[in-house]
Design a protein around this ligand. Structure first.
Ligand SMILES: [Mn+2]
Length: 416
């Protein structure tokens, strides 16, 4: 039985952290991801290969060299056709080694008539970039059809998906690539997703979504027949709790069992997120708490200096919640790339917040208050009338009609 092994990793963000201590991470992590993919038949990278839409030339050069690793394999996967693009001619370099299929992400998005860096890599034969097309590959009797839609602004996502309307191929393993926030999988808290899970194309074996930097997978679709995979980024670009808890790596999917295997990166820099809670403590105690935690953590062994974010929460004594943590950061800069986020509230702030919360809890809108008065009256007098309707009439200033309705209701009641 022949199976096609597909290596999936995303959001390599080449060039992230340029000029900083972590500037080589994006390349080191991606290089290992390619290494872990070397015995696979297909490599898929769903967007944000670059951190910038116009990457610097040295960033591009490094990216091309890393992607070239896939060309060195003696892979037997055969390109069959590109559906949805007339007169398509595959670049000869794209016929050597392991085929790499990609889409552009949010970080590579450019105007319609200008080339984005993923398109540049397509035109030079380093990968195949999809936006609405379907690339079909074969190995032995196994066929894989990959359709992709590049990352689009969330507001247009639904329209673009409806317009392209991706369809699965017959007798093939069908894979769909995208780069969006979907349903509960939202990259930033403020932006609402342009798509719900129910709005994703159906009939695919595997839907792979880049963009979300923490790994996840679940089954979706009317019969839960589609595996929805968030491969996660190969690098941490923002330190957040849910992301720090999950390893970066390569997901291997095989077309026969339709299951995945996760291979974590050994080169990855450890990311630690910790919250320290304070309850009406003074500055000295708070700083001691942080130092105590740091000196414990210092004893652990790390191959690379970890990225560490400490969030200090709760309340501080007195009316000034600002603390200068620079002395602590300086003392530990040899061991950690440390950032301390101060979310403390002074006593006064805490009281104000409590008051606001109380007010919000106790405040009813004028409408609900009016309705409540009517409902209470009806309950007390044991009479039934359509108080929402009456209230609407009163709110609209239609007192006469309200009076007629009310009397009618009460008369009806008495007649019974
Ligand atoms: Mn990204």
């Amino acid at each position: 039985m022949i199976l096609i092994k597909i290596a999936i990793f995303s959001d390599t963000h080449f060039g992230f952290g340029t000029g900083k201590e972590i500037e080589n991470d994006s390349y080191d992590h991606a290089e290992e991801a390619f290494k872990l993919s070397e015995d696979c038949d297909l490599i898929i990278v769903p967007g944000d290969i670059f951190d910038s839409r116009v990457p610097k030339q040295d960033v591009l050069a490094k990216a091309l060299n890393i992607f070239f690793k896939a060309k060195e394999s003696s892979c037997k996967t055969e390109f069959i056709e590109m559906k949805g693009k007339d007169d398509y001619k595959i670049h000869p370099l794209n016929k050597t080694g392991i085929p790499v299929i990609a889409i552009a992400g949010t970080h590579e998005r450019r105007g319609k008539d200008v080339t984005n860096p993923v398109e540049l890599m397509d035109e030079t034969g380093y990968l195949i970039n999809l936006h609405g097309e379907t690339a079909i590959y074969k190995k032995g009797n196994e066929t894989v059809a990959v359709t992709g839609i590049s990352g689009v602004p969330e507001t247009f996502a639904k329209d673009v998906f409806e317009k392209i309307d991706p369809q699965p191929e017959k007798d093939a393993t069908n894979i769909f690539l995208m780069h969006q926030s979907v349903g509960e999988y939202v990259y930033t808290d403020e932006k609402s997703p342009g798509l719900e899970l129910e709005q994703l194309p159906t009939g695919f074996d595997l839907i792979i979504n880049g963009h979300i930097h923490w790994r996840n997978q679940c089954h979706i679709g009317p019969k839960k027949e589609t595996l929805f995979l968030l491969p996660g980024s190969t690098i941490t670009t923002q330190i957040r709790k849910n992301e720090a808890e999950k390893d970066k790596g390569v997901t291997i999917y095989d077309t026969i069992t339709k299951t995945t295997e996760f291979l974590p990166l050994k080169t990855q820099r450890k990311v630690i997120y910790n919250e320290i809670r304070c309850d009406n403590e003074d500055i000295k105690t708070i700083k001691c708490k942080i130092i105590e935690y740091l000196s414990e953590l210092e004893k652990e062994e790390f191959t690379k200096k970890p990225l560490l974010r400490i969030k200090v929460l709760g309340t501080i004594q007195g009316n000034n919640h600002r603390i200068d943590f620079s002395d602590i950061m300086k003392n530990y800069e040899k061991h950690f790339m440390l950032s301390i986020k101060n979310n403390l509230n002074s006593e006064k702030q805490a009281k104000n917040k409590e008051l606001v919360a109380q007010l919000i809890k106790n405040t009813m809108s004028i409408d609900s208050m009016g309705l409540k008065i009517m409902k209470d009256y009806a309950d007390k007098e044991k009479i039934t009338f359509d108080y929402t309707h009456i209230f609407d009439l009163l709110a609209a200033g239609n007192i006469e009609a309200a009076e007629i309705e009310l009397l009618k209701d009460i008369t009806d009641e008495n007649d019974r």
